[in-house]
Design a protein around this ligand. Structure first.
Ligand code: WTA
Length: 649
């Protein structure tokens, strides 16, 4: 079975392999060896790429049993200074930091230089102080995807406040829960945002959330100019309230281990966890990963499509690119508005060189065919990236062949909210690629595969992915609940960080993330990655997307339940279902034959585009009463149509 799969995908693809990049293949080997043999020396050197008020002399000090993680603990710095001030001080105030592209195609793009960004941050930081925000306070940020969202984060960092960004698509209940959990006393929000021509009522959501929890102040940034209510003594109009704030607000010198931000992320159980990152290690990690993985060179335009509400937006919209002095696009809208060519139109318009997005977006766009891509000039592209989920080789090929015209390498970056930045990825110029494989560990990362009993597995094999040693960007704790941090990540395999992902390591020591291990299906004693079956399904020419879950099966233990969406214009028929079954058998083997093939118009996705498998599993199990919270779905009505489809089976 896996032979079949690896035959399909094991070929190494190497465009531009020897072009000048930050590291070549032999340099990677050397640097990686150094980073493993003497991590403190390696990271002390990397830390020198940042400005410190006090250079750290103690580099790492960590233990996974008991769990305590510290990097650069005697260093003093400010990450906002590193992201913005120092570039201005170095005479780069006129370099464009951000190109804001509005949702509305009639709206004009706005270019914000590092100099302008600095003034904006100083003004917002001064305003936060005027509101009473102090070092160590938690500030909840609930903003559209606009420059001011990044400004709000950097303004907090500047004065030593801890930001907790909540994605603008989360409901008032979810927002209230996050405000409560970290006892945040301040909120920064937009009046509203725009997505695909529709306005998002952010301030109204804040008002609804604040019926459940009290805060001292809400700073409202006007953007969409929709009607909003303002509550006297609590809500402040940013433009008015900041009018008398001066243009001086120095960076607060912060200890490297002081907290930088809290970001809530869902686990397999319980309410979302407030993952906490600290300043110095995170800054060093995102600086290094951005530099080497995206291979950024001065003058280039970078574009990461993630929202600042997710960790990708934190690390590769805000901190990583800015620390490296990069110029980047910030886009408020969505890929399918006004049509499916929007991404490519923006790439042409701003001459984007490096483009970083999610497989789900790639698949959605692939489904519309090549024409919307080909309608726009993509000759500026030289590097493509993906993040967030395994990318099936089919989508990878389309991204590579059609979007990148076979010229741009793809970095498939595996990482997590908890890891702060990319952990596994090929480096352009250093490594060839294998479609569907993230590739090689980044500097300082020691992946280890273990079986369910925790036995270490060597060589080409599959197992549960652990990381044995700490790295600077690692989360330090779960806010307010260190015990939960220990339980979630360090107790399954004592003494190791457990990622929750399954992974295969091949003969070339390339890593293939197979998905969360809770998604692994065991059929008649054979373990199968749902990603593997999905990949087979989407390699069928009529299939757009697939999601596969296990469900209890009397004889086999678990059976395979497949949900598929078809390409635009394709119709569901019994012949097609039979064809898809045969296709999976052919791609993987009879053992992977789906018991159920459920053709559906849509899959249940969070607003960040993640498929909610929990719901699919419950529907496959006919357990409609236990679907749990569906409020985080982009379109909750999908659930009804899935249930109907299940009942008709
Ligand atoms: C998955 C997003 C395969 C994985 C940065 C991980 C990936 C979870 C990849 C973290 C990738 C992320 N290939 N799987 N390139 N990137 N994942 O916290 O299951 O939103 O554990 O962080 O996404 O999701 P999170």
């Amino acid at each position: 079975m896996s032979d079949n799969v690896s035959k399909n995908v094991a070929k190494i693809i190497s465009p531009r392999i020897n072009e000048p990049t930050h590291v070549t293949s032999s340099q990677y080997d050397k640097l990686y060896a150094q980073s493993i043999n003497d991590p403190d020396a390696f990271w002390a050197e990397q830390a020198k790429n940042l400005n410190w008020y006090k250079m750290p002399t103690k580099i790492s000090n960590w233990s996974y049993d008991p769990v305590s993680i510290k990097w650069f603990e005697d260093g003093v710095m400010n990450i906002c200074h590193n992201a913005v001030d120092r570039h201005v001080e170095a005479g780069k105030g006129d370099v464009v930091a951000m190109i804001f592209e509005p949702d509305d195609t009639q709206g004009e793009a706005r270019h914000i230089t590092y100099g302008q960004l600095l003034s904006d941050i100083i003004k917002m930081a001064g305003t936060l102080k005027k509101m009473g925000v102090k070092k160590g306070d938690r500030v909840t940020i609930y903003m559209p995807m606009i420059v001011e969202g990044a400004v709000a984060m950097l303004a907090c960092a500047r004065i030593g406040a801890i930001h907790s960004v909540v994605f603008g698509g989360f409901s008032p209940d979810a927002l209230a829960g996050r405000i409560k959990d970290c006892q945040s006393r301040f909120v920064i929000c937009g009046d509203g945002g725009w997505r695909g021509g529709k306005s998002v009522p952010l301030k109204a959501n804040v008002d609804a959330a604040l019926k459940q929890v009290d805060v001292d102040g809400v700073l409202v940034i006007k953007h969409s100019c929709i009607d909003i209510d303002m509550q006297d003594g609590r809500d402040y109009d940013y433009d008015e309230y900041s009018a008398d704030v001066g243009d001086i607000c120095p960076c607060e010198p912060m200890n490297a281990e002081d907290p930088l931000f809290i970001l809530y992320t869902s686990g397999s159980t319980g309410s979302p966890k407030g993952v906490l990152h600290s300043i110095g290690g995170y800054a060093t990690w995102v600086a290094a990963t951005f530099k080497y993985i995206f291979d950024y060179k001065a003058g280039e335009i970078f574009w990461c499509t993630a929202d600042i509400g997710w960790v990708t937006g934190h690390s590769y919209v805000v901190y990583g690119p800015l620390i490296n002095g990069a110029s980047q696009v910030i886009f408020e809208g969505v890929p399918n508005h006004p049509d499916f060519g929007r991404f490519w139109q923006i790439i042409a318009k701003h001459r984007v060189n490096i483009f970083y997005t999610a497989p789900t977006a790639i698949r959605a766009l692939m489904r519309e065919g090549d024409a919307p891509v080909k309608a726009h000039d993509r000759s500026s592209l030289r590097l493509l990236g993906t993040v967030g989920e395994p990318i099936n080789p089919e989508a990878w090929r389309w991204y590579f062949d059609v979007v990148g015209e076979g010229k741009s390498p793809i970095v498939d970056t595996w990482w997590q909210t908890e890891t702060g930045g990319v952990m596994i990825s090929t480096l352009p110029g250093a490594h060839g690629m294998k479609p569907g494989s993230a590739g090689k560990p980044f500097f300082g990362i020691k992946p280890q595969l273990v079986d369910n009993e925790g036995n270490i597995l060597d060589g080409a094999t599959s197992g549960n992915l652990c990381i044995t040693d700490s790295w600077p960007g690692q989360a330090r704790t779960v806010y307010g609940d260190h015990e939960r941090f220990i339980q979630t990540y360090f107790s399954t395999y004592k003494g190791k960080y457990f990622t929750g992902d399954g992974c295969r390591r091949d003969e070339d020591e390339y890593y293939w993330i197979t998905g969360r291990v809770d998604d692994v299906i065991n059929v008649s004693g054979h373990r199968m990655g749902t990603a593997e079956i999905e990949s087979a399904l989407v390699s069928h020419p009529l299939v757009a997307e697939a999601a596969v879950v296990g469900y209890p099966h009397d004889i086999k233990g678990q059976g395979i339940y497949c949900y598929v969406t078809l390409n635009a214009g394709e119709q569901h028929s019994d012949e097609l279902v039979a064809q898809l079954r045969a296709h999976v058998r052919q791609e993987i083997g009879p053992i992977a034959t789906p018991e159920h093939l459920h053709v559906t118009p849509a899959l249940p996705k969070t607003r960040s585009g993640k498929i909610m498998r929990r719901i699919l599993r419950k529907i496959a199990e006919n357990d409609f009463a236990a679907l749990g919270d569906i409020s985080t779905l982009a379109d909750p009505s999908v659930v009804d149509s899935l249930i109907e489809g299940r009942l008709n089976k």
